[in-house]
Design a protein around this ligand. Structure first.
Ligand SMILES: O=P(O)(O)OC[C@H](O)CO
Length: 374
């Protein structure tokens, strides 16, 4: 059953593209039976070329390669690249391609990021097949081995083998993927984990899980997100946690941002969060695109942002881990990032310029309107 806690996993934290991209490519190059790849962002460029070459080589070795791309997020993938993929034997499907007559349904996107090789090893995080993940953006991924892999395969299969996706890849191609190869990790104390997902308004396990953690955590609640435009109920929970003495810290993308308007829309909440005792850090070196959170020894990491799209509209999926060793690693990563950020103090925020206040009001109003579209 999906959404269950499972023991005996091994989770490896892979901060930055320099670590997770080679690890993912190595897994693809070593594939023997199947490769499942599901991405929101895919764009023609160096990274997608390298990836297509590795996937095509796997096809030539007889590996069953299934690639599921979001119909909007992959608009930047040129026709020539799509053709190269299908000619190489890669089964390709697209989730919810844009159609004007679908109106508001076009807003639902497959935002998940997932790679599973041979039903044995998987990766999730905030990555996509665009060159920014090589260096320009700061990103984090997790490598997964163990019983959770079965849930990732099932999650992929549900969308692949459904009317929500379309394309030349046959729906039944996913049914032959072996999920019995999974090994319970032995030789050391395996970790507990569970796969959580969200499907728009219909199913919101990631959101509910985050809310539950925000309400029940005792010591710390640290959240890293590039797009911080939280719902009213999430803001209330963050403030309540801070007021009851929990160490609540937000790590948010700073001036390097791919959607500065989204940043401004989220900044309109800073004043009330700071007043409640929430600490806010804006990351300085480059655009911080990673999505991971830590509540005591609980970690969640995956595709889900802190905005209405992610929390209420999209298909999302995160890996949750309950393990003090993994939590200590994630806490270390947070501390490294805090050190490379500017902390926004309440006094400094009260002195912000009129232009900044106008941006918050303008983009905030726009954000409120957009969230009413569906
Ligand atoms: O939606 P994300 O988090 O995968 O990021 C997508 C990029 O921001 C698109 O500009």
């Amino acid at each position: 059953m999906l959404g269950m806690w499972r023991s005996g996993n091994r989770f490896t934290l892979l901060p930055e593209g320099a670590r997770f991209l080679p690890s993912m490519l190595e897994a693809v190059e070593g594939a023997r039976h199947s490769i499942l790849l599901e991405l929101y962002l895919a764009e023609s460029g160096h990274l997608s070329r390298v990836l297509i070459e590795a996937l095509s080589a796997a096809c030539q070795r007889g590996v069953n390669v299934l690639v599921l791309l979001d119909g909007f997020g992959s608009l930047g993938l040129e026709e020539a690249d799509r053709q190269r993929m299908t000619e190489a034997g890669i089964a390709l499907r697209f989730y919810n391609p844009i159609r004007w007559w679908r109106f508001g349904r076009n807003l639902t996107r497959d935002h998940r990021k997932l790679l599973v090789v041979d039903g044995e090893v998987g990766f999730t995080g905030g990555f996509g097949a665009v060159d920014e993940f090589a260096e320009a953006w700061s990103e984090v991924a997790i490598r997964i081995e163990g019983p959770c892999i079965r849930d990732w395969v099932r999650l992929f299969a549900r969308v692949w083998d459904s009317a929500a996706s379309e394309g030349q890849g046959r729906r039944e191609a996913v049914r032959s993927v072996n999920i019995n190869a999974v090994n319970v990790v032995t030789g050391y104390l395996g970790m507990r984990g569970r796969v959580v997902w969200g499907h728009g308004f219909r199913y919101q396990a990631i959101r509910h899980s985050l809310q539950h953690q925000a309400s029940s955590t005792r010591k710390r609640l640290w959240i890293c997100t590039p797009y911080f435009v939280p719902t009213f109920s999430m803001r209330r929970r963050l403030k309540r946690a801070a007021r009851r003495g929990v160490d609540v810290q937000l790590l948010i993308a700073g001036q390097h941002h791919d959607h500065p308007g989204v940043r401004s829309a989220g900044q309109r909440f800073y004043a009330s969060l700071l007043k409640a005792g929430v600490r806010i850090h804006e990351f300085q070196p480059r655009f911080l695109h990673a999505k991971f959170s830590l509540a005591d020894d609980w970690v969640t990491l995956g595709s889900c942002n802190f905005d209405h799209w992610s929390l209420q509209w999209n298909l999302e999926a995160n890996q949750e881990v309950q393990d003090h060793r993994f939590a200590a690693e994630v806490a270390g990563l947070f501390e490294q990032h805090f050190a490379r950020s500017v902390e926004i103090t309440r006094a400094a925020w009260q002195r912000r310029s009129l232009a900044q206040r106008c941006r918050e009001w303008g983009y905030g109003t726009l954000d409120s309107l957009v969230t009413r579209l569906r």
